[in-house]
Structure formats: structure tokens, C-alpha cells
Design a protein around this ligand. Structure first.
Ligand SMILES: Nc1nc2c(c(=O)[nH]1)N[C@H]1C(S)=C(S)[C@@H](COP(=O)(O)O)O[C@H]1N2
Ligand SMILES: [Mo]
Length: 416
């Protein structure tokens, strides 16, 4: 395997991140090390928790790199062409239910409470961890995707004639980063988790979500204890920098393989419960409801297989020339085994050439040399299959809120 390209420096990350990723892949596992960090990262906001007055998103959202949907911003895939493995922090998509809070890490603390802790810790007397406490605990770096369950939602309407409510994402509600933080299992053990614990529910410090006059409270969603103790981390770094405000500063949860809603940003509390927990985000939103699903709906966990071209929507390409199509494929189910490309409406499929090994919980870059036809309009298709055999069908069963569009996206281009 030619790994040279893995060390391409990205514009904001520098070569170090991709070099570290290579290490990580070669080691074939995540490493826990006891390196502790001294002092707070630079650039801390001196403000206490302040809801943003103007934009729900703090960072700049240049029109050439993002499509903004209300409080959310999707990455334009053409921005990833020529980039390294990870998405540079400034280009990472943002999904906010309300708005980005500005939090002072110096006064922030994480409270852990609930009936699943020794002595059944009441909410008023939680186990507390300061930012520095977390920096001093053993750290792990995980390279993984965060992807919204609703990524690709617009294709339900565009390709299947199914109108669904919600943010009309194309495929840009995904990003991959190197997340560094403390394994959640370490924090839960220190807080005194017992064998009786069944659910672990982090909640965010962003404003309460109010929809149609109903206050759903803090953004929060239970994680079953087995997953919480497996590979979840409490991250304080993204691609080697302190988490940017929009991505959860000072600390966010990272739940590899699962829908983005599990990865709670700006975490302030974690409830550990001996009985199952409920919130709007596991009972109403982020469930699959529809004829293909159980009558009570299905709790969304792992993400489907998807693929995207690093190409503008309606890109204009030179006619009758060789053009190197590039893109990425990913799956919550495991590493990608292969990606195929069709440039003729899905009749013939050709293997794309992988540029990375199959990576669990992240994506695989690929390329395909296309001899473009004469002037006209064309539709490109990419179809990936993961190591479990899960693939992308031409159509997928609908669901009420348009989650998990895992079908083949039809990407329009023209040549001139
Ligand atoms: N506190 C909090 N955490 C949150 C959210 C939110 O609105 N508030 N949005 C969730 C959703 S739906 C997604 S897809 C991811 C998006 O992470 P990002 O904005 O860093 O890309 O964050 C999740 N964590
Ligand atoms: Mo999401």
C-alpha cells in the first residue's frame, strides 16, 4: 500500500496530523498514553457562558466552502479536493440545534451523577471534573467521522419523490478529524459507575431546544452503557488544536461509528442511570419511523454506507479530456472494502482506486480517471461497499424524518 499521500499537509492542520494518522493506522489500534498537558490551551474565551446574539455559528462561513441552512452549515465537497485525510477545522460542517455557546474553560466543570453510580449520586451532589482534571487523565487520539444522521436528506425528495422535513443536506454533513481526549470509561470509573448502570446521558450547555412551543430542554441523548464504556471519548482537541467553539469547546463527546447526535458538544453533565433514560433525542427525533421499521420506530445508532465526489454540484468540466475524479466513501459499519463509479447512468460500474487503507470509523479516499464525453449534461454515481458487505442501493426505504439516506447519490455535472 502506497501511504505517501497520507502525509500530505492540509492547509490548517500541517503535516503532523496526517503523519500521526499514519502511525495510528500502522499500529492498527488507538493508543492510550499518559501524556498529560500542563496549563490551558491558548485562546480561551474569558466570557462565561454567553448565548450568541447574532449568528448561531461563531466561525466564518465563506460561501465557497459552506452551504448555510439556518443554524447549520454544510461543507461543500469541492473544498476537500486536494486536502489531506482530515477536514481542516475551519471547513468542518456545523450542526447546531440552537446556537454555539462561548464557555470559559477556567470555570467550566463536568458533573457526573445518577443512580448508576456508587451510592446513587444525586444531581445536586455530582462527581465533578475540571478542565484541568480531564487534561491530566490518560489521553487517547481517535481518528473518526462525525456525521449527521440526516446527511443526504435532500435525496429523498430529489431522487425518490418523498418530501421529508428537516435540514435539506446534500452530502456535506460529515467531517473526519483527529479527536484527542479522555476515554469516557476512565471518567465513569472515577465517578464510581456500578454494574447496575444501563444508560449514560451527556447533555450540552447550549440553550434549550424549543420547537412548536415545546421546550425539550438541553440537547441530550442516552448512550447504552456497553457503548459508553467501549470507544467513546471526552474530546478537548480537534486536529491538534483546542476544540473550536462551534465544535464543542471546551469538551465534547465523540461516539465513533454512530450518528452525530450521540456526540454531544459543550458537555456539562453526564447522567449515569440504573434505569433506561429518555429524551426528545431518543424517543422522537433520531428514530426511524416508516413502513420498513418497527411500529415504535428504530433508535438510530451506526451510520449507513455513503460516498461523495470532491466536486461542486453542477460542476462544469472540460469536454473530451481526461479528468481525475476524486472522492471519499465511509460507513458506520466498518472500513470500506471497495468503491465503484458509474458515469453512464448506472449501467456500467468501474472500480475506483483507493488512496487509503480501509479505516474503521472514518473514510477512504479514492480516485477514478474519467475520459469526459462531448459537451452535455451527465450524472456521476459512486457506490461503496463496506467490509460487512453493506452497500448503497439505487433506492432506500423512506422514513418520516428523512434520516439515513444511504442510496447512491446522483451527482450532476456538465462538460463544455
Ligand atoms: N450540545 C449539542 N451537541 C450536539 C448538537 C447540538 O445541537 N447541541 N448537535 C448534534 C448533531 S445532530 C450533530 S450531527 C453533531 C455535529 O457536530 P459538529 O457541529 O461539530 O459538526 O453534534 C451533535 N452534538
Ligand atoms: Mo445530526
Amino acid at each position: 500500500m502506497d501511504n505517501d499521500r497520507l502525509t500530505d499537509p492540509g492547509p490548517s492542520g500541517g503535516g503532523g496530523y496526517d503523519a500521526a494518522l499514519l502511525d495510528h493506522w500502522l499500529a492498527g489500534r488507538t493508543r492510550v498514553d499518559a501524556r498529560s498537558r500542563r496549563g490551558l490551551p491558548q485562546g480561551l474565551s474569558p466570557q462565561a457562558l454567553l448565548p450568541q446574539g447574532l449568528s448561531p455559528i461563531v466561525k466564518p462561513l465563506p460561501a465557497g466552502r459552506f452551504r448555510v441552512h439556518e443554524s447549520n452549515a454544510e461543507m461543500r465537497w469541492e473544498a476537500m479536493r486536494g486536502q489531506g485525510y482530515v477536514v481542516p477545522n475551519p471547513d468542518f460542517f456545523v450542526r447546531n440545534h440552537t446556537s454555539t455557546p462561548l464557555i470559559d474553560a477556567g470555570t467550566w466543570s463536568l458533573s457526573v451523577f445518577g443512580t448508576g453510580l456508587r451510592g446513587s449520586v444525586p444531581p445536586g451532589h455530582p462527581a465533578r471534573f475540571s478542565y484541568q482534571d480531564l487534561l491530566d487523565l490518560p489521553a487517547r487520539t481517535v481518528v473518526c467521522a462525525i456525521e449527521c444522521a440526516g446527511n443526504g436528506r435532500s435525496f429523498f425528495a430529489a431522487q425518490q419523490g418523498q418530501a421529508v422535513p428537516g435540514t435539506p443536506w446534500r452530502l456535506g454533513a460529515i467531517g473526519v478529524a483527529a479527536w484527542r481526549g479522555v476515554p469516557l470509561s476512565i471518567v465513569l470509573e472515577r465517578a464510581g459507575i456500578t454494574r447496575e448502570a444501563v444508560d449514560v446521558m451527556p447533555s450540552g450547555l447550549d440553550p434549550d431546544l424549543v420547537t412548536a412551543g415545546v421546550n425539550h430542554g438541553r440537547v441530550r441523548r442516552p448512550i447504552p452503557v456497553a457503548k459508553a464504556l467501549d470507544d467513546v471519548i471526552l474530546a478537548y482537541e480537534m486536529n491538534g488544536e483546542p476544540l473550536p467553539p462551534d465544535h464543542g469547546f471546551p469538551v465534547r463527546v465523540i461516539v465513533p461509528h454512530w450518528a452525530g447526535i450521540a456526540s454531544i458538544k459543550w458537555v456539562g453533565q453526564i447522567e449515569v442511570s440504573a434505569t433506561p433514560l429518555v429524551s426528545y433525542w431518543n424517543t422522537q427525533a433520531y428514530r426511524l419511523f416508516g413502513p420498513a421499521y418497527p411500529s415504535g420506530g428504530a433508535f438510530i445508532t451506526t451510520q449507513p454506507v455513503r460516498s461523495a465526489f470532491e466536486l461542486a454540484w453542477n460542476a462544469r468540466l472540460p469536454a473530451n479530456q481526461e479528468y481525475l475524479l476524486t472522492g471519499r466513501s465511509w460507513s458506520g459499519g466498518g472500513p470500506i472494502a471497495r468503491t465503484e463509479i458509474s458515469t453512464d447512468g448506472g449501467r456500467r460500474w468501474h472500480p475506483a482506486i483507493p488512496r487509503d487503507p480501509g479505516i474503521p470509523a472514518a473514510w477512504q479516499r479514492w480516485e477514478f480517471r474519467w475520459r469526459t464525453p462531448g459537451p452535455g449534461s451527465y450524472t456521476l454515481r459512486a457506490r461503496a461497499t463496506d467490509v460487512t458487505g453493506a452497500t448503497q442501493p439505487a433506492t432506500v426505504p423512506g422514513n418520516t424524518f428523512g434520516y439515513h439516506f444511504g442510496g447512491i447519490a446522483e451527482h450532476p455535472v456538465s462538460t463544455a
